[in-house]
Design a protein around this ligand. Structure first.
Ligand SMILES: Cc1ncc(COP(=O)(O)O)c(C=O)c1O
Ligand SMILES: N[C@@H](CCCC[NH3+])C(=O)O
Length: 436
């Protein structure tokens, strides 16, 4: 168990600072709710992933799972940092290309890629499509045959590993909706079909066991299972995988109680297991790809809210309401995810109350932080919720017609607006109405 103050940086004034910029200054300049990223922290995280592979001299690719925070600015940062990205829809692909990702550094995932999305990926000549099921395989084959084009593909398998995490974000179990099942022989049949098609260049295999995982055992189990699969497929089909993609899912710290392994430790363990098994089975060492999303951006952002009303229910609880909520962070409502909240101008002040921090949405489940220790608060105080950088903005909604927040990037004491706050007019931009 660590201190929740470890979740934030503070400056000489004792205020929370993000990328060296005072949180109060940010709220004065951009308003609230505001999602503020420390981009130096993102760059350091990217480097620490890259460095593990470089130190061990392992061919690799770090692929940013962009569903965690898909924005032009983030794709630009990823492109500058020389990492790849994965996309799971035509929309993410469009944004990644607009953000300057080189097509060959993009991977396309998803359990129901639509025909027009596959066509888009083929036309854009992206790096690789991770084939998830037979329907998709056949659609892709028809598109490639029609265009007389080839495409690099990977085959996604469900490795039959149940990771310890919330069931909604667990993906490696046999009954997962993602990937070909191994035990029934489905995956082997898919591989044979793929190897027999001249338009497909099968570069490797992929698995992803889930998200926000703390226990390295799940990754060890998946790495062993995948190495065994490569041995079997090498013996049966003479298949030499150039790439073994073990997905993402590395857990981060959201609260003082979370104590995840540093992501580099997960990666180091994965590499060691794969190397050991590959040597044992006399296989060629594949390049190892990992797909961190949350671990790159999750703890780099803090959401800043303004406190409004409060309510005391005698003998039951105290509520403190803020100007955002489930529209900018659905994770507590969806997964019972836990967060902390601290006052931006006095994070070290003595906590004298335990309150439930709620949003402004018309839902009783719109709770951001339950049982949150806080000093006395007043309307107008700025409340900071750390570790909101992953699956916050990308899962945001306009429920109750609340505009989505603004997003800023902060580094070396400078801030820059990267997504402007939505306006009421923005929220009506697709509406045609009935009166012409
Ligand atoms: C295929 C795939 N790769 C990578 C990720 C990224 O997961 P995380 O953000 O937990 O690293 C996901 C999401 O769970 C995923 O489905
Ligand atoms: N959206 C989830 C993670 C899912 C990852 C995608 N498979 C979360 O917020 O934790």
């Amino acid at each position: 168990m660590t201190n929740r103050l470890d979740l934030v940086d503070t400056n000489a004034a004792g205020h929370i600072a993000i990328g060296g910029v005072d949180a109060l200054k940010l709220t004065q300049q951009y308003g609230t709710p505001l999602i503020a990223y420390d981009t130096g922290a993102i760059r350091r995280q990217i480097r620490s992933f890259q460095r593990v592979f470089e130190d061990l001299n392992i061919a690799h690719r770090v692929v940013y799972a962009s569903k965690a925070f898909s924005s032009l600015a983030m794709y630009q940062l990823a492109a500058e940092s020389n990492i790849g990205c994965d996309v799971v829809s035509g929309g993410e692909l469009y944004a990644a290309l607009k953000g300057g990702m080189r097509p060959e550094m993009i991977e396309f995932h998803g359990n129901n890629k639509l025909p027009h999305e596959l066509e888009y990926a083929v036309d854009a000549q992206i790096g690789c499509i991770v084939v998830d099921n037979f329907q998709e395989l056949h659609t892709l084959q028809a598109i490639l045959a029609d265009r007389q084009q080839t495409m690099r593909v990977m085959l996604r398998v469900a490795p039959g590993i149940l990771a310890e995490t919330h069931e909604y974000i667990s993906t490696g179990q046999e009954k997962s909706k993602f990937g070909f099942d191994i035990r029934s022989g489905q995956a082997a049949r898919a591989l044979q079909e793929m190897l027999a098609d001249d338009h497909l260049d099968v570069i490797g295999v992929h698995c992803h066991i889930g998200s926000q995982i703390f226990d390295v055992q799940g990754f060890i189990g998946a790495a062993k299972k995948m190495a065994l699969l490569l041995r079997d497929w090498n013996q049966e089909f003479g298949f030499d995988a150039q790439v073994l993609n073990l997905g993402g899912g590395f857990g981060i710290k959201y609260t003082g109680e979370d104590d995840p392994l540093p992501a580099e430790e997960f990666v180091k363990t994965i590499i060691e297991v794969v190397e050991y098994k590959v040597n044992k089975y006399h296989l060629q060492m594949p390049a190892i790809w990992v797909e961190p999303g949350r671990a790159l951006v999750g703890d780099a952002a803090t959401t800043l809210y303004t406190i409004g009303s409060s309510k005391h229910v005698a003998g039951v609880c105290d509520y403190i309401s803020v100007d955002g909520g489930m529209g900018d962070n659905i994770r507590p409502a969806l997964y019972h995810a836990k967060y902390e909240a601290l006052l931006a101008d006095r994070p070290h002040a003595e906590n004298t109350q335990v309150a439930t921090v709620v949003g402004k949405y018309c839902e009783s489940g719109d709770i951001l932080v339950e049982d949150c220790p806080l000093p006395p608060t007043h309307p107008g105080d700025v409340l900071a919720v750390p570790a909101t950088g992953a699956y916050g903005y990308t899962m945001a909604s306009n429920y109750n017609r609340n505009p989505r927040p603004a997003v800023v990037f902060c580094e070396n004491g400078e801030s820059r607006l990267v997504i402007r706050r939505e306006t009421y007019a923005d929220m009506l931009r697709c509406e045609v109405g009935i009166a012409q």
